[in-house]
Design a binder for this molecule. Structure first.
Ligand SMILES: Nc1ncnc2c1ncn2[C@@H]1O[C@H](COP(=O)(O)OP(=O)(O)OP(=O)(O)O)[C@@H](O)[C@H]1O
Length: 312
């Protein structure tokens, strides 16, 4: 059986600086697959090469067995992409823009599908508004509908929930799960790591253009051994004392929360004593399970820029 997406030794440079280096990965039909990485890791460049927006320097991309350069007309129909930047056809209404995009792919008109997208994405009341009058959230919903209007078999979502409120985010992911159950393969990027954890069966992590991990989500999480301690401090820390560097410390919430990883046989009590000996007063302590944020930290030494990360 063909992969939904098969990327082999993909490369791209901008002005001599590599953005994607020798990337190979495959996505199975029916998967929800996460492509994660810190800012500038090369995720969007990869997606742009898959969608044909960006020329490939070297390597190959196949979509359901079709080469996306040699068989572009076929792969264009098979893939639907929601790009990261909000791009709308400013003077069109949602209604008109969706009709134009459906025509662009040359697929037979499917009114039932169109109506379903409009209903599930809550676009009905806004169909006849011109695009430049829509809120950011509505524009994003429109972009999902646009990516889906030609019934692609592979849906690519590049940070679909950036700047989107909680309710819309939930609706959007419910919808993605629903279409995935109906057979659509999904590749997504997100900076909200808990979303990737909840949505994706497998996750690939890129850093500096390279693939540095590709595993089932649960296995990836299990890579980070040891318990995680979260300490709420009486006073915010300016920086983590060097004496605690063996505990993989990360500060959050402007230094009010300190996150530590206990590998080996270190007990929470002993750690607490070490901390209080340094004159740091602890208000609250809790153990947490590792999240993808910790996996990121572990694998890349960087923190994802999700607006909540503190410095290390
Ligand atoms: N059109 C371009 N011209 C020049 N450099 C580019 C261009 N597009 C991307 N880059 C560079 O390529 C690298 C990878 O960028 P890319 O946008 O693919 O990363 P990303 O993982 O999607 O990051 P983010 O999470 O911030 O969107 C970055 O260093 C970026 O500055």
């Amino acid at each position: 059986m063909n992969f939904a997406l098969d990327i082999a030794q993909l490369q791209k440079s901008f002005g001599g600086t590599p953005a994607v280096r020798n990337l190979s990965l495959s996505v199975h039909p029916g998967e929800i697959f996460g492509l994660l990485g810190p800012n500038g890791a090369g995720k969007s460049t990869t997606i742009n090469m898959i969608s044909g927006v960006c020329r490939i320097d070297a390597g190959q991309v196949q979509v359901f067995g079709h080469d996306n350069c040699a068989e572009r007309r076929i792969t264009r129909r098979l893939v639907g992409v929601m790009h990261q930047e909000i791009v709308t056809d400013n003077f069109f209404t949602i209604d008109r823009a969706l009709r134009i995009h459906a025509g662009y792919y040359g697929v037979p008109r499917d009114n039932a599908w169109r109506e379903l997208l409009i209903e599930r994405l809550g676009l009905g009341p806004h169909l006849h508004k011109s695009m430049n009058k829509l809120s950011g959230g509505l524009k994003r919903r429109f972009m999902v509908a646009k990516a889906m209007i030609h019934k692609p078999r592979l849906l690519i979502l590049d940070e679909p929930t950036a700047g989107v409120d909680v309710e819309l985010r939930r609706n959007l992911w419910d919808f993605v799960r629903e279409i995935n159950r109906e057979g659509v393969t999904v590749l997504l990027t997100t900076h909200y790591l808990e979303e990737a954890e909840q949505m994706c069966g497998r996750i690939a992590i890129m850093n500096h253009g390279e693939l540095i991990a590709l595993e089932e989500t649960a296995r990836l999480l299990a890579r980070i051994e040891g318990r995680h301690l979260q300490l709420t401090l009486e006073q915010p820390l300016q920086q983590v004392p060097v004496e605690l560097h063996d505990l993989h410390p990360a500060m959050r919430e402007a230094g009010r929360v300190l996150h530590l990883v206990l590998d080996g046989g270190q007990g929470a009590g002993a750690i607490l004593r070490r901390i209080t000996d340094l004159g740091i007063a602890v208000r609250d302590i809790e153990t947490t399970r590792p999240g993808l944020e910790e996996v990121f930290l572990h694998l890349t030494g960087a923190r994802p820029d999700n607006g909540q990360a503190g410095g290390k």
